[in-house]
Ligand binder design. Sequence first.
Ligand SMILES: *Cc1c(COP(=O)(O)O)cnc(C)c1O
Length: 497
Amino acid sequence: MTNQATTSAKNLTIFELSSPGRQGIRYPKPDVPKADIPQNFLRDKLPIPEISENEVVRHFTNLSQLNHNVDTGFYPLGSCTMKYNPKINEETARLPGFAQIHPFQPAETVQGALGLMYETQLLLAEISGFDAVSLQPAAGAHGELTGVLIIRAYHRSRDDTKRVKMLIPDSAHGTNPASSAMSGMEIIELASDERGNVNLEALKAECDDTLAGLMITNPNTLGLFDEHIEEVCQLVHDAGGLVYGDGANMNALLGIYQPAQAGIDVMHFNLHKTFATPHGGGGPGSGPVGVTAKLADFLPDPVVAITREATENTPSFYELVTPSQTIGRVKSFHGHFGVVVKAFTYILSLGKKGLREVAEHAVLNANYIQALIKDTYHIPYERLCMHEFVAEGCWKDAPGVIALDVAKRLMDFGIHPPTNYFPLIVHEALMIEPTETESKETLDIFANALLQIAEEAHNAPEKLHNAPVNTPFGRLDEVKAAKDLILRTQLPEGYGE
Ligand SMILES: *Cc1c(COP(=O)(O)O)cnc(C)c1O
């Protein structure tokens, strides 16, 4: 259902805007002889739209506005850290010395790029407390897969082959069981206790000699810091297992807490969440993995190392080296280098103090919203939260209203809905992560919108059921969208015949 008149040029496809003879660009006269293009390279049913330059600009600018985005509005999507990404990161990633090099160039011609990778490995190690870091994985879930393969390789290197069991708390991110299963692990779900921590009795019952490890998201998807994290790690270690930490939520911890200190053995970072690379449109992301010293030799191949220390007259020489017991390559070339440049820029421009402020503001902002709405929305695990919290999007005395309705109605306020129906352990979940980059004014507008929606849920529920009405498209038929996928532009009838 479209909310605007369908006759608006905004809703026309580029083929419908096309008119024979219109032109957007003028080609220079060719200064080489004409060549015949082999016929089999041409698709006869692929008409090129004919359209003027300003129509093209309008068309694509309008398209870019159909999606909500951080540059135009608040985006409190829980777990995803949709924070504002400083534009200076884009500028450094586009510097020709970084953007126009080739991964096959000899090391002596790309010392700057290798040096930046080396320094980023060190910075991430310092932030997290780990001893070694690989920048190779392409995203968070890929980092998880890499980390679990490292755990598997570690046990195998000790001929400890019966360790196949991976424990995953029910408050973990959904990618955790998926990446463990892909690594051939047997997955056991651990219940949470009533405060949202790992249930220690449930954990103890699984600690035996088939335990490969435990994957813990901390802060977990309830936005809560596990109050027994050190005890959890100790129990797993005592049973001979290793602890995987899902570090996608590091923006809650930066400069305050190093996961390695608690006993985590291996962890991935989400550079595209914590370290300010725009994401949400399908990448590229980057999911570096940090490990303690005893796992360093298992890291993916290659890592960057200094192979010749600096002397008075020569700088250090950086090279790609292969860790001795490597699990092998997990990504072509050296990972998503451009994202690493952005993270490096972000870390250096904030510095130690600035990174700590990121965490302080991420936590403060989430608690501020939680405090403003907690008398109106039920919060099942009500504790001081970290960078996010989970509320219920339903009320006993407002039958027929569900979390989806609250989420859709928020769009009418120009706000992206929170994550909903996740984590699964909260009924009608609304998972809210304001991030550290938002002002008090924005947080107040958001909280007021939520309070108004709660009132409407009770007094005018049709407003929620009909929402959104202020967006280019109204409520979509999500079942039809999933079952009847249309993945490319449909040419208008008779076009190009
Ligand atoms: C986003 C996220 C992931 C997965 O990261 P991707 O980069 O999307 O693969 C894993 N764990 C948590 C807690 C996350 O928020």
